[in-house]
Design a protein around this ligand. Sequence first.
Ligand code: NAP
Length: 268
Amino acid sequence: MERPKARLKIALVGCGAMGSALLKGWLSLDHFETFWVIAPHKESVDPFLEDPRVHWLASPQDLPQTPDALIFAVKPFLLEAILPLYQSLKTLIISVAAGKPLSFYETYFPESSIIRVMPNLSVSLHQGVLGLLANKQMTSSQKAKVDDCFQNLGFSLWVNSDEDIDKLTAISGSGPAYVFYLIESLAEAAEVLGFEEKTATSLALQTFLGASLTAQASEFSPTILRQHVTSAKGTTAAALEVLEEGQLKNLMAAAVVAAFERTKELRE
Ligand SMILES: NC(=O)c1ccc[n+]([C@@H]2O[C@H](COP(=O)([O-])OP(=O)(O)OC[C@H]3O[C@@H](n4cnc5c(N)ncnc54)[C@H](OP(=O)(O)O)[C@@H]3O)[C@@H](O)[C@H]2O)c1
């Protein structure tokens, strides 16, 4: 029998690109009772205030009660200034910030269960990729709460180390930007062939969407699928030869390594 969903009360700290992507994803689910969104400027929360579950708070002192989970979605460099303001709250601590390891949060919340989550922007459409890591304090009922919060937002994966979270940051956390860049590149190529900008963007977008859905639905790997659509000496083969000469795979690998190295710098 399916476990009944808890009606969770969440405090979300920060409502920028990632905070609002999470909130958008959560608001279309029914197992949240309240979101207290703590943000310096009300404008970032305005788009969500029509939903009666969402409340804007200017400061943690305005929280009417202890939330079931406190979720930090602010830039990593701000955490040192922000975390001390929340130290008195005894609740589940969750952070989506890149780079900072669990031990960093444990210095502020030594008794608490702490979860690092590495989501990506597609959580807003429940198509995200999410890596999750917990410290030793996490209980099974807290794990159930965390799963309630994040499992429905896409493909989620519990990992065992901060390094695994940093690797996911480089692949799927930053990944949507790599894909946007590829879409942008194909759209610009379509413009070079003479399509107007809007049509060029639609052609590129639908090509990526259709190919992703096809690959997801297929029993074959992307490599086999690519081989299937590439006949010898055909048009696709001509294009792929150019991509191989330009070493696209090496470039992608170097890009991911650069992102991974950057997460190490964010640790400090
Ligand atoms: N963006 C992504 O794709 C992505 C992916 C994975 C993880 N992350 C992580 O998500 C976190 C947020 O990134 P982001 O891209 O969402 O950055 P962002 O767009 O700059 O959002 C950060 C938000 O934090 C707010 N903020 C600043 N000071 C605050 C305070 N004292 N209390 C509460 N809110 C405060 C900012 O408000 P104002 O702008 O009004 O000052 C801003 O809206 C980062 O740690 C990042 O590593 C992001």
